[in-house]
Each structure stands twice: as structure tokens, then as C-alpha cells.
Write a protein that binds this ligand. Sequence first.
Ligand code: GAF
Length: 374
Amino acid sequence: MGMRESASWLAPGRVNLIGEHTDYNDGFVLPLAIEFGCRATVSPGPAGRLRFVSAQENDAVELRVPALQPERVTGWAAYPAGVLWALGLEDLPGLTVTVDSDVPLGAGLSSSAALTCSVAGAANDLLELGLSPRELVTVARKAENGFVGAPTGGMDQLASMLGEAGSVLFCDMRSLDVRPVPFDLDAEGLALLVVDSKAPHQHADGEYAARRRSCERAAHVLGVPALRDVTDLDGALAKLAQDSEGEELVKRARHIVTENARVTDVVALLDAGRVREIGPALTASHASMRDDFEITVPEVDVLVEALLSAGAYGARMTGGGFGGCVIALVDKDTVDAATRAAVAAAASRGFAEPRAFVTSPAAGAHALDGPDAG
Ligand code: GAF
């Protein structure tokens, strides 16, 4: 194994345009990398020791290489530690990992994928492992699933690693095929407004795992490998209704099957250059998350209503749910009015003051220490 003096990578967070909770159902997603990201530097450290330092945390975390075991490390350092574990090296040298992220935490913008992907890229370069970007996606996902213990799908790592400036990434989460779909809102006089509800995430981990279990059970009852494979929705829902958990399974499955269809509808509209027309699908996605998948909270529902009332073409919560951000497709010249409407609506309900920003597809993860480092 070769070793350089240090290696640095930048990996972005993501916004998901549409396709929520479909990733672990072998379905479709349409995320974009955003301009907020995590910078990671990995360098050689004292033999047998791993040291994790974050610009956002007061204390460094240190451990010995043999202690690099799933669930032995907790808190933020579990993510970078998980990446080193997921590399599966028998002779891991002592390393220091330093990270600095501006991805808002707990906002559903994948600060964790930005962290794992940046560390994976930097470690791959430092140790000269020669892993491809797709292999780094697998490493980052394994860190989260196998080390941190978060049963997430693979969308966030794909978006962070393979995102492209100017495009959303149409991902088939079964084959892991990805296709960039041009998404130049500026040219259309449009903007993608992101509004962080600042709602505290409550029970998000347990609820995420519960949704995943329901989907698996629904697929089992239907005798299909995954809900992606449902072709006759009405027939499937009638069958699920007979189950002892019928009411819940019907709702969960209906969200997944209709959400997959919405993703492919949105891709077809974008391919045809009919960008404004994706609005209703975004709003329908929100209604489905609210009523069928039951992952929204009043703080985000209020924002969606306010943004639609302010003239947005469509609006929806983005990410895993139970708080986090709402996105809205708006005319560029209405961004300020839409933001004011969202802030006023939150205030009228006594909710935290939301924070809004406009985003557009940014580049995916990349090295910072090459000749073109920026
Ligand atoms: C979280 C998960 F990490 C993703 O895998 C995905 O399931 C998403 O929630 C919901 O679409 O971000």
C-alpha cells in the first residue's frame, strides 16, 4: 500500500427533487448535489491510532485500530470511522481524519453522505487503493449501514459521489444505473427554493426503520422481490388489505408505487423541456408523503401550503422526513415573496423561523489536492 503526505476531498450534500423512500424499494430517485459540502483531509498518523477532528466539534475522537468495530464508535466520528472500517483493509495504518462541513445538520440535506463520501475519496487517494467512484459509493453506504447502524438506502451516497453540475441524477436503485438529466432552471427563469423548517427531528431513526419494515412486509405479502415490481396497483392494494396490518401496508405501498411513477413522469417532462409542468408531481409527492407514508410534520406541511399559495409551481418535503427541508419550484422573480410567505406562515403557527436558499445542481465529490484543486 502506497502512502502520500495527505489527500483532501470535497463531497456535497444533496436535495432530492423527487422519489422519496423509493431507494430501499429498488425504485427510482432524482437527486441533485448541492453547493454545501464537506471537506475531508486524511493524513498519516501515529502507528495503530486513528484520530478524528471536526471543525464543527470541540473534541477530537481517538481510537486504536483494533477498536474499529461496528457500534463501538458513537456520535459524528462513527461516520468517518465507518468509512475506514468499510475499506476492509487488514493493515490499516495510523491515520488522522480532519473534516469541515457547511451542510446544515439535521436538515435532511445528507450531511452524513457528504461526510462519508469525502472521507472515502480522501482515504482512497492517500492509501492509493484505486477504488472507482462507484466503489466509493459502496464503501460510504457500507459505513452507514454496517458501522453506524443506519438502515438507509443508497440514494444519498450516489448523489454526493456522482452528482453533476447542471443536472439532476436519474437513478435506478436496483441496477444502480444513473443518467444525468439536464436541469437548467436559470435558463427558464425558474429557481429551486429550499426552505429549512428547522423542525427538530423526532423519532426519525425509529420511524425510518419502521417504514422500511412495512415496505418489506408488503413486498413479501405480494410475493414480489420489492415494491418496485408491483405492476397492478389496485390488485396489490386489494391483496394487502387482507393482511392483519392491511391499512398501514396499503398506504405505505401506495406511496412507493405512485412515487416511482411520479419520478419517471418528471424525468419524461424534463427530457421534453417542459420544466414548469413538473410542479403538480412535486406537490402530489408531498401529499403522498403526508397522507400515505406519514413522514411529514406540521412544520413542513405549513411551508408547502404557504409556498403554493405564494405561486410555486409545486412544493414538497425533501429527504427522509419528520422535519427537514421543503423544496419549491418558483419563478426566479418570486423567490423573495415566496420566502417571506414561508417565514410568515411559520411565525403564525409559532414554529421556528425557517431558513431559505436557492440551489441548483452542483458537482459531485472530487479531490481537492490535485493540480486543479479549488
Ligand atoms: C434518507 C436516506 F438516507 C435515503 O437513503 C432515502 O431513503 C431518503 O431518506 C428518503 O428518500 O435520506
